[in-house]
Design a binder for this molecule. Sequence first.
Ligand code: HEC
Length: 126
Amino acid sequence: MVALGALAASLLAACGGPPETTLPTEPVVELSPQEQQGKRLFSQYCGACHSIVGEATIVGPAMTGIAVRAETRIEGMSAHDYLVESILDPGAYLVPGFDNLMPSTWGTTLTGEEMDAIIAFMLTLK
Ligand code: HEC
């Protein structure tokens, strides 16, 4: 169950005036409730290793533009299917320059609903 009040409050807060620094900021994209849930789950489970703003590498590659890049990773594989495979079986395709350091336990940690939400969110990162 999504706390709509809190969600609306954070949306309002996110629109509070012009950015004060020149650091990369998140593009303002309207997210559906499912995508919002995915964003929350992403920062909870994935944010320690993956930035969603700018190009900074933490442990894994930044997710900026992943919705577009995912389509190009494996010939003939859709962005959606590539993301599913990358999350459930990270070692199946290693992003060039990265080691196989991503946990491969998400299939048991996350519910199907949570997986869908995370993927829906990632597909907004164009
Ligand atoms: C302990 C660090 C770590 C965590 C936590 C982690 N990842 Fe990763 N991830 C990596 C690394 C390292 C790579 C690059 C190697 C590879 O391709 O598996 C990667 C690669 C990826 C890729 C492929 C990116 C591309 O450009 O093709 C996706 C998608 C991804 N991770 C999604 C996730 C999601 C979603 C979560 C949370 C459910 C997550 N990761 C959690 C370390 C992590």
